[in-house]
Every structure is written in structure tokens, then in C-alpha cells.
Design a protein around this ligand. Structure first.
Ligand code: ADP
Ligand code: MG
Length: 959
């Protein structure tokens, strides 16, 4: 086996591997020594290791023995049965050397790239065990609930045998049990369960005992690319309805629709005219004899192609355009105009041409822009607020200056005028923002591709899995904009109560490690964002899979015929086939075709993980045909059933290329696990979205060159390369989007940490009274400071007194104000605190008068503690939510400023910092007020229920 390990030495990334590989024999030597131990003696090892750690030994020096203990327990379990998800399984696993190697790499905080079927689940057990010896929280993160439970039951038996506790965290674990789950040495769960628990613990728990988690030490992330890359684009959000909504989608929607309609009518006309002209010139039929055109005819022809080019700028998905582009000759002619206008010399002419449109749409950049014509049409047609330009924002600075210069206004009127201006500014910005989002909804979001309409609701379709994502919403008002577009009820604006990106959640752990079959393509992102290195672990046996070149077709129809031909020919050999689709819709379509062909098959739609796992485990049977969305059953491997290897193993067919190379690879890896034979092939058409968005004119000319008769695939290595380039471009764009989300969240991360830390202090403090006094002190300082002149010296005693009395409901003696400002600060604070202590005393007396039973021992004290804790936590939460709402608004505001050449992120950083300072001051002042405001009253007897009243009014006889 070491032969395999040897061959990888020498490459650049293998230096680390070489170092780790030296430890493998050490682990094995220890394991041999452990073999004579009884189970009980082995279990004692755990205690011994823990002791040695306490005495100062490092985890690293314990590694060989700890890993050996895991390996030995596996050996001892062989032949026994374990219960996994309701089935009994025979334990038959002892870690291979490559798995020990992978485990060592994971221990050192790298991402181990190990192919599907290599046994990552078992591999992870070794670093998990070692880290859990510290007694600190160790979490294994999986992609779905099914796997969390399965792996916990399966691999968990190792930990239980070694005397550690292990538990799983699935969506159906009720809140009151979660604390117990987290108390285990090792917890298996999904990223969102862990993340939401963190948010709940820090934004909803009102006392220490309600907090479930106990910290973040080591996270081992399974299928790490899926979790940190695919899922990382949408942050975790706890939200609720907003008190007062600013949105105006309803009032805008009709006018937006009519503007978009104007553009559609225009493009329809252009396309129909062009098509008719080309038809008359007999240019549409591919086979038609090309006759020589007259000069006038040539001109008509050129104009027609130019018009089609214009349609491609205004409505890239126009049906007629799409159909004409199936013909490579016509496609090339249209692309010629693209090349022509790309030239610097033709810029002005291009602008003139584009000015005929109302807006231009760029699918590649995922952007659109209104032309002057569009802006004019909007501003004149909208039939309201005549003369107002929705695309020009107020210059608040200048407007304020005008108000200030107006001598006819007194101070109060000036203030009023400014408040009005500010409100008007906010209204206009919101309107412009709504407008932009609605245009985006119309021009760039496609029904049944990006979302579906179900039961009067807009449901997002996950780009990677093709799964509908009920409950999730597009952010930043886009969801509402789509609701307006599709004429369904527009849901109220929601407000964020708590939010975090998965990236920032995982950054809280002292150590992270990961494993997946596919991480290499995103290695630089892992390093850049998480400081995680990717290490390719050699396979146990040589991979036997054969990846065929893609089959590329002009049209979807031809592509499906090609796929069908492939299925027939492979199926005839008896080999099992797995067909991966990009969406549920495509799965269903293919299923219909297969039914017509009388081919028996199973469809897997990624709706039910448990069933999914069962079905996919059957996909390795002789003659099986399984249809699945790309990611369905990820994490469950397909074992070949008897007789299948001899036939050539599993064949996987991809019905498209995904926008990320990693996901294509993940899919191919489904076949050829361990030393199994197998093969894979992907089918693509030029009508697919990848090609539509990213095929270059160069590709069109290649197409013309390698053109095949109808129905034949084009196979050319060059094309494969171009397709990869297109994928890389999308990957980069998606990376930029994730970075963008993260950059904004980073700003919030520090604020969130600070607030959560304060909140945790409140929840955990033995004596909250002390925090209360600190709040009062700061509030007193702040109030005095607000009355001191810029020199730090002069002080208006009267004003200061008023301010203090406004803030605190107590009397301040005049003597106090005869001192220097900094002395006054201290004295005022002492004064306030003394008054507060007195108030607490009075409260205690009052209560013990009414409820003598509470006066015993320190019960009264702890009740008071809880009251103070609650009061401060509530106020902090409330203001924090307000702050988050302000931040939401700021985020959309700053994007409006890109017009002024300003960097929105910088603006955002700057202003959110200011907002946070204001929040933090306000919080102290308001908490200080609350502390004087609360009143503990003896409880009134509860009102009698109606029934009791009736009973009470009746005489004993009647009753
Ligand atoms: P991965 O997550 O890497 O795709 P899994 O952890 O799901 O792979 O394991 C794949 C299969 O390999 C499982 O059925 C498991 O039983 C088997 N396996 C893993 N390690 C071993 C081993 N050391 N000996 C025998 N079988 C193993
Ligand atoms: Mg796995």
C-alpha cells in the first residue's frame, strides 16, 4: 500500500503529505500494541489521554496513540452489528493507511480532497476523537439531516465504545433538547442548524439556561465545498415583519410593466421584420442554394442582421432570435455585428443604434441599463408627480445650505424644512431602489428558471441543485419585485432580527478542517477566505473511471435524441446508468421520454433525503436506470451489485454542463468509486443557458467549421476548452458575489461580536447589578459630556442640570454644578448610582411587605437580578434590531451612490460605523432610563374566568 503513497512524493503540494505520511507507520505500530487490550482497557485509554493532555502534553504528540485507539476499536468491532437509520449493519471497516493519512491532514486543519467512496466518514472519526479529548466542543458538519443522523449512529459507535458521548442535531430536535445535544463530546449536524442555534442563543435566549451551545472549538466540515461555497451565497437570517414599510412596489408595478412591454413590442417588431426579410432573400434554409444578391438585397440583408443584433442587446432571450441562432451561419452573421461594434472606431455608431432601445440587457454581466429613451418614457408616461425625475437624487448638502441661507425662516422652521427634505430624500431613494429591482425582476429573472410561482407565492429555485427552496427569499426587495411582476400578493417588507454568513459563523471556531471529493478548483478561495489549504489525498486503489469528451449539439432537441441513443446502447449492455439533470423539470421531461421508450427507470427529485439515499444505493444494480437532479443523494455512495463490474460498471450521463466545473466533477465522481470500473459523459447544447450567456463569436466560427449534419454531435477538443473558459468566467463571477456578501458581513461582524458579547455578559453575569451601575455611570458621563463646550472647559450649569434631570428622574443639588466638568462627571455618576441603589432597596422592602415568603434567604435578590437582566437584554435587543434595519436601508442606499463614482463598500463601512456608535450611545442612555423606570408591583389576584364567576354567583344548592 505504501507503494501508492510513494508515487505522489516530490510534487510541490506533497511536502506536507510527505511529513504526514511518516506518522502513518507510527499509528500502525501503536495499533499493534493495542490489539491485546480488552475493550475495557482500550476505553481506559481515553481517560489516560485526557489526563496526559491536562498535564500539558500536546494533541500533536498524542496523535499516533489516539488514532491507533480508533483504528483498534474498529478492528474490535468487526463482525459486530451496528444499528444505522433503522437497519442493522455489519461493521467491516478498519481505517486504511490512506485514511489515516487523510485524518492526519484534517487534524492539521487542511481540506482533505478524497474522492467519493474513499470513506471520508470513517476518516473523520480520527481527528474528531483526538480533538474531543480536550473536552471542548467538537462539531461535525454534514450537508443534510439524514446524513447527520446516519453518520452519528454509524461512526458514533466508535466514540461510544471509547467512552465519549455523541449526538446529532437535526431540524426536528426541539429547542429544549438542544442543550443536551451540545453537551455531548461530539455533535453531528448541518451548517444551518449550528448557525441558527448560534443566532438564537445570542438574539433570543433570555437567560443562560436557554442557551444551547457551549462554544466553538473544532469544526470538521464534510462536503466542505458544498457548504462553504454553494450555500454561502445566502446568509442565515432570522427575520420578522417590519413595523413601518417604505416599499412602493404596488404603485410602480403597472408602469414598469408597460415600459417593459414597450421594449418587447419594439424587439418583436425588429425580429419579425428581420426574419421576413431574410426569408424573402431565401437565407433561412440551411440547404438552400445561395444565390448572388443584388446591391439593394445585400443592404437589406445587412440591415436585417443588424436588427437582430439589436434584439440580442435588448432581449437576449427573444424566441425568434434564439431560433435563428440555431443556424450557425445566421449566428455568425449576427455575431459579426458584435465584433464590428466592439471596435473603438464604431463606438458612436453603436451608441446611436442602442439609443433606439428603451433599455439594454447584458446577460453575461447580469446587468441592465435604461437608455435615455427609456428614462424619458418612464418620466413622461408614469402619469404622476409631473416633472419629477426618478433618476435624479436630491443633493442633501446643497439643499440644507439653501435652507440655512433662507433668512425668512426661524430656527425651528429651518429644522422642519430639513426634516422634510430628509424624508423626501429617503422616499426618492426607496422609489428608485424599488424601480431598479422591478426592472431587474422583469429583465433578468426568469420564471421557471430562477423561480417558480406556486400557490400564489414566488419560490426560489436553487441554482446548483434545481430544488425549490420554499421559505427562502431573494434579498434586498428583489423578491417583492418579482411578486409584483408576477401579480401575486406582495409580501410585507421584512426586518432582520439576526443574521450571519456561514463564512463568519465558521470563522468563530479555533480550528476548522474539511473533506470533499472536489476542492481543488476552489483552492484559492479556501485559502483566501478561511486560510484553509487543500491537500489531495491519494486514493486507496487506482481510479478506473473513464471520462469521455462532451457531446455538443446545436439544439436541445438534438441533444435529447443523443442522450436517448446513449441510454439505449449502454442499457443494452446491462450496465446501470445514472442520469443527472439540472432541475426537477428536466428530470420529469426525461422521465416522460423514457416512459415512451418503455425504459424502466427511477426518478429521484431531491425532495426526500432518506428515500433518496435508499434509491441511490440501488442505482448500482444491473440494468438500473436512475434519473436524479445533480446533487440528489450527495454523500451516499453507489455500490455496484454483483456482476456489474464485469460489464463495465456504472455509467453516468450529465444532461448539461453546470456553471461550475466542480459540480460537474462531483457528478462524474459518482461512478468509478474505489477500484470500480465506470465511465461518464456530459451532453450540451448551444441553446442551454451556459452557452447562450458565454459562447463567444470565436466559438461560433469554430462551430461553423466543425459543423455536423443535423443530429450528429460536434466533438472537438477546442470546444471543450472554450466551454471550460465559459465555466471559469461564471465561477469567477460567483466568487466575486460571495466575496461581496462577505465584505458587507465583515463590517457587521465586528458590531455583531461586540453586541453579542455584551448580551452574553448580561446573561452570564453573577451580579447584573454591577453592569447596571456601569450603564448608569456611562450614561451620566455621556450626558454631562454633551453639555461641555468644545474646549472641554466651559459648562452651562443650568443646561447641564436640565439635561441630567431629563435623563434621570432624580434631583441634582446645585452644589454639584460648581465644579470642573470632569469632577462633575464623576460626582454626577456617583449621585445617580446612589439613587439607583436606594431605589433597589425600596423595591425590596416593598416586595417583602406584600410577599413575606420571598424575603427569606436570597430569593428576593435573585428575582431582582432576573428583572434587571431581562430589562437590559430586551432594550439591547430592541435597539439592535432597529440598528439592523437601518443597516439594511443603508446597504441599499449606498448602491445608489455608485453614480457619483463613490465606492459603495467604503461608504457603507464609514456610515455603518457612525450608525453603530449612535446605537451604542443610545443603548446606554435608554437602558439607564429603564433602570429608573421599572416597578415591581405585588401581583393582583388573577381575574376570575367566566365559569368561575357563574359558579361564584350561584348559591351552593344551585351548583
Ligand atoms: P465518501 O464519504 O468518501 O464518499 P463514505 O464514507 O460514504 O465515502 O464510505 C463509502 C463506503 O466505503 C462505505 O460504504 C464504507 O462502508 C466503505 N468504507 C470506508 N472505509 C472503509 C474501510 N476502511 N474498510 C472497508 N470499507 C470501508
Ligand atoms: Mg461522504
Amino acid at each position: 500500500m505504501f507503494g501508492i503513497l510513494k508515487k505522489i512524493f516530490g510534487t510541490a503540494q506533497s511536502r506536507a503529505l510527505k511529513k504526514y505520511a511518516k506518522l502513518v507507520p507510527l499509528v500502525n505500530e501503536w495499533e499493534v500494541k493495542f490489539q491485546p487490550l480488552t475493550e475495557e482497557e482500550l476505553r481506559q485509554k481515553t481517560l489516560e489521554f485526557k489526563e496526559r493532555l491536562k498535564k500539558g502534553e500536546s494533541l500533536e504528540s498524542l496523535l499516533p496513540e489516539a488514532f491507533a485507539a480508533v483504528k483498534n476499536v474498529c478492528r474490535k468491532m468487526c463482525g459486530t452489528e451496528v444499528n444505522v437509520s433503522g437497519y442493522t449493519q455489519n461493521w467491516d471497516m478498519i481505517p486504511y493507511d490512506v485514511q489515516i493519512l487523510g485524518g492526519i491532514a484534517m487534524f492539521h486543519g487542511t481540506i482533505a480532497e478524497m474522492q467519493t467512496g474513499e470513506g471520508k466518514t470513517l476518516t473523520a472519526s480520527m481527528p474528531l476523537y483526538l480533538h474531543a479529548l480536550t473536552g471542548k466542543p467538537v462539531h461535525l458538519v454534514t450537508v443534510n439531516d439524514y446524513l447527520a443522523k446516519r453518520d452519528c449512529e454509524w461512526i458514533g459507535s466508535i466514540f461510544r465504545k471509547l467512552g465519549l458521548t455523541v449526538a446529532y442535531l437535526t431540524n426536528d430536535v426541539p429547542p429544549y433538547q438542544r442543550k443536551e445535544v451540545y453537551a455531548s463530546d461530539i455533535v453531528y449536524g448541518t451548517a444551518s442548524e449550528f448557525g441558527f442555534d448560534y443566532l438564537r442563543d445570542n438574539s433570543m435566549a433570555m437567560r443562560k439556561t436557554e442557551q444551547a451551545q457551549r462554544g466553538f472549538y473544532f469544526a470538521m466540515v464534510d462536503e466542505i465545498d458544498s457548504i462553504l461555497i454553494d450555500e454561502a451565497r445566502t446568509p442565515l437570517i432570522i427575520s420578522g415583519p417590519v413595523a413601518e414599510s417604505r416599499q412602493m412596489y404596488d404603485e410602480l408595478k403597472e408602469n414598469i410593466s408597460s415600459l417593459v412591454r414597450a421594449q418587447r413590442d419594439l424587439c418583436n417588431r425588429l425580429a419579425t421584420d428581420a426574419r421576413r426579410d431574410l426569408e424573402t432573400l431565401n437565407l433561412l434554409e440551411e440547404t438552400a442554394e445561395k444565390k448572388k444578391l443584388t446591391k439593394a438585397e445585400l443592404e437589406t440583408r445587412n440591415e436585417a442582421f443588424q436588427q437582430l443584433w439589436l434584439v440580442s442587446k435588448g432581449m437576449p432571450r427573444h424566441k425568434t432570435l434564439k431560433r435563428l441562432k440555431e443556424n450557425p451561419d445566421l449566428r455568425a452573421e449576427i455575431d459579426k455585428w458584435e465584433t464590428y461594434y466592439f471596435g473603438e472606431a464604431n463606438k458612436a455608431e453603436k451608441a446611436d443604434k442602442l439609443a433606439e432601445l428603451y433599455m439594454t440587457v447584458d446577460e453575461r454581466q447580469n446587468e441592465y441599463e435604461l437608455t435615455d429613451k427609456g428614462i424619458l418614457a418612464w418620466n413622461t408616461d408614469k402619469g404622476q408627480t409631473v416633472g419629477q425625475d426618478d433618476f435624479v437624487m436630491l443633493d442633501l448638502g446643497a439643499e440644507y445650505a439653501i435652507v440655512d441661507a433662507d433668512t425668512s425662516l426661524n430656527e425651528q422652521q429651518k429644522m422642519q424644512a430639513k426634516v422634510q427634505l430628509r424624508d423626501e430624500d429617503a422616499r426618492r431613494k426607496e422609489r428608485a431602489h424599488n424601480l431598479r429591482q422591478m426592472l431587474r425582476a422583469h429583465l433578468l429573472m426568469e420564471k421557471d428558471v430562477d423561480y417558480i410561482v406556486a400557490d400564489g407565492k414566488i419560490v426560489i429555485i436553487d441554482e446548483n441543485t434545481g430544488r425549490p427552496q420554499p421559505g427562502r427569499r431573494f434579498s434586498d426587495g428583489l423578491h417583492q419585485a418579482i411578486e409584483a411582476k408576477e401579480e401575486v400578493e406582495i409580501q410585507g417588507e421584512t426586518q432582520t432580527y439576526a443574521t450571519i454568513t456561514l463564512q463568519n459563523y465558521f470563522r468563530m471556531y479555533d480550528r476548522i478542517a474539511g473533506m470533499t471529493g472536489t476542492a481543488m478548483t476552489e483552492a484559492s478561495e479556501f485559502l483566501g477566505i478561511y486560510q484553509l489549504k487543500v491537500l489531495e489525498i491519494p486514493t486507496y486503489r487506482r481510479c478506473q473511471r473513464r471520462d469521455f469528451d462532451d457531446e455538443i449539439y446545436m439544439t436541445e432537441r438534438e441533444k435529447y435524441n443523443g442522450i436517448l441513443k446513449e441510454i439505449h446502447s449502454i442499457h443494452a449492455q446491462g450496465r446501470p446508468i445514472l442520469i443527472g439533470t439540472e432541475s426537477v423539470e428536466v428530470s420529469e421531461k426525461l422521465s416522460r421520454i423514457l416512459r415512451q421508450e418503455k425504459l424502466e427507470h427511477t426518478v429521484l427529485n431531491a425532495k426526500n433525503h432518506v428515500k433518496e439515499a435508499e434509491i441511490i444505493a440501488e442505482a448500482g444494480k444491473k440494468g438500473a436506470i436512475t434519473l436524479a437532479t445533480n446533487m440528489a443523494g450527495r454523500g451516499t455512495d453507489i455500490k455496484l451489485k454483483p456482476g456489474v463490474s464485469e460489464l463495465g460498471g456504472l455509467h453516468v450521463i450529465g444532461t448539461t454542463r453546470h456553471s461550475s466545473r466542480r459540480i460537474d466533477r462531483q457528478f462524474r465522481l459518482r461512478s468509478g468509486r474505489l477500484e470500480d470500473p465506470g465511465s461518464s459523459k456530459l451532453f450540451i447544447s448551444f441553446q442551454g443557458s451556459l452557452m447562450r450567456r458565454f459562447a463567444s463569436p470565436r466559438m461560433t466560427s469554430l462551430l461553423q467549421r466543425f459543423r455536423q449534419p443535423e443530429g450528429e454531435p460536434i466533438s472537438a477538443k477546442v470546444l471543450n476548452k472554450s466551454i471550460e473558459t465559459a465555466q471559469k468566467r461564471i465561477e469567477q463571477r460567483n466568487y466575486a458575489m460571495r466575496k461581496h456578501t462577505l465584505e458587507y458581513d465583515d463590517v457587521m461582524n465586528n458590531q455583531r461580536k461586540e453586541v453579542y458579547a455584551f448580551r452574553n455578559d448580561l446573561l452570564h453575569a453573577e451580579n447584573v447589578g454591577q453592569i447596571a451601575e456601569e450603564m448608569l455611570q456611562t450614561a451620566a458621563y455621556q450626558t454631562v459630556a454633551s453639555q461641555v463646550g468644545p474646549e472641554g472647559k466651559e459648562l452651562n450649569a443650568e443646561a447641564c442640570k436640565t439635561a441630567l434631570m431629563k435623563q434621570f428622574p432624580i434631583r441634582f443639588e446645585d452644589e454639584l454644578f460648581k465644579q470642573e466638568p470632569h469632577e462633575l462627571e464623576t460626582k454626577a455618576a456617583e449621585w445617580v448610582i446612589a439613587a439607583f441603589q436606594k431605589k433597589l432597596m425600596v423595591q425590596k422592602q416593598l416586595i417583602s411587605m406584600y410577599r413575606p415568603d420571598l424575603a427569606e434567604g436570597d430569593r428576593l435578590h435573585s428575582i431582582l437580578q432576573e428583572v434587571l437582566r431581562n430589562l437590559m437584554t430586551r432594550r439591547a435587543d430592541h435597539l439592535w434590531q432597529e440598528h439592523l434595519l437601518a443597516i439594511d436601508h443603508l446597504r441599499s442606499d449606498v448602491h445608489m451612490r455608485t453614480v457619483g463614482q463613490k465606492d459603495p463598500l467604503l461608504e457603507f463601512k464609514h456610515e455603518s460605523f457612525g450608525l453603530f456608535q449612535a446605537f451604542s450611545e443610545k443603548m446606554k442612555l435608554e437602558i439607564a432610563q429603564d433602570l429608573f423606570r421599572f416597578e415591581m408591583r405585588p401581583q393582583q389576584p388573577p381575574p376570575m374566568s367566566e365559569k368561575l364567576q357563574q359558579l361564584a354567583s350561584k348559591t351552593p344548592d344551585e351548583a
